[in-house]
Design a protein around this ligand. Sequence first.
Ligand SMILES: C[S@@+](CC[C@H](N)C(=O)[O-])C[C@H]1O[C@@H](n2cnc3c(N)ncnc32)[C@H](O)[C@@H]1O
Length: 383
Amino acid sequence: MTPAARAAAAIEILDDIRAGQPAEARLIRWARASRYAGSGDRAAVRDLVFDTLRRLRSRAALGGGEDGRSLILGACRDEGADPALIFSGEGHAPPPLTPAEQAAGRPPTAAEATDLPDWIADRLQTDLGAEFLPVAAAMRERAPVWLRVNQARASREDARAGLARDGIDAEPDPRCDTALRVTAGARRLQGSGAFRDGLIELQDLSPQIACASIAAGPGTRVLDYCAGGGGKALALAARGATVTAWDAAPARMADLPVRAARAGADIELVRNGRPRGDFDVVLTDVPCSGSGTWRRTPDAKWRLTADDLQAVLAVQAQILDEAVTLVRPGGTLVYMTCSLFRAENDAQIASFLDRHPRFSRHSARTLTPLDASDGFFAEYLIC
Ligand SMILES: C[S@@+](CC[C@H](N)C(=O)[O-])C[C@H]1O[C@@H](n2cnc3c(N)ncnc32)[C@H](O)[C@@H]1O
């Protein structure tokens, strides 16, 4: 496909996403229906769509509208590309720009340049203070690809050498002993020997740092109370902890046995009934707004409403209230979100401590793209 044909595909996909279709599902549907598109084309269309969703407001201003054509026109102007080369009308290229389209568009205002909805920008301005603008700017960029090395199977250097044999370059990161940042060949990861043999897992740097801060080595009994696909459970099992996994929606743990087998981890899944017992560590990796991960799921920031945020705050409080009964005296309750909102993080913990005074703060980590990768929060509470 030519760059112009890829842009034409992105226009169609963006129109459907703006009409309410989830971005990921729409891209998969396009790829399945477009047999002529090679892997390079699929990657380029995906990048163009996701880059544009990350910068939706500023590109809409530059292109003079929120429809797919205006957004791609805004993308051309944002990147300093000549729109006439894309909107050529030749072959599978988009039809030429009309005079009205050529005349439309202006530089984004300061608010539009944050590429956040106003109500979210206002909240984050209050919550992040002086870091707001640098964090907002960072959230307009693509996120790096991070790997967690499974220490139970390989050293970081051995995993790196294995990846290199499959044409994947990755750099160790000093902020976490398990972290590798992929610098080339990311699209080969799933087919690589290192992945197949359980030497590595895809996991962002921030949750790796947060998991590494949990005192959970051999002999520590950990309950992952919101296990989902098991990213945190696997990270803790790799550090030698004995991990039990539970999720209110057991179907969300469907991938965990396969991932655990690949990693050589022995994780007990509680599928029927609720977990019981006194655990040394109970991890609550709660559902959240996901505001820290909007570089990876940029359509989500345009969908989130204030009501959604209120609803998720209530679920988080309820999960914390349920989890307290499972922590042994002297044990640790760990609360994690991938959110930048204070209401989901520090304020949620402050009201938890009002309700459960037998717990006390031990430590906390707040991570933003300025100091790690995804926005992330972890609070470690002692019972
Ligand atoms: C952020 S995801 C967990 C991601 C997972 N820990 C990982 O690392 O891959 C939150 C999970 O909490 C689960 N959940 C929602 N409500 C819950 C509740 N009341 N109790 C326990 N888990 C709940 C969801 O089903 C979802 O799988």
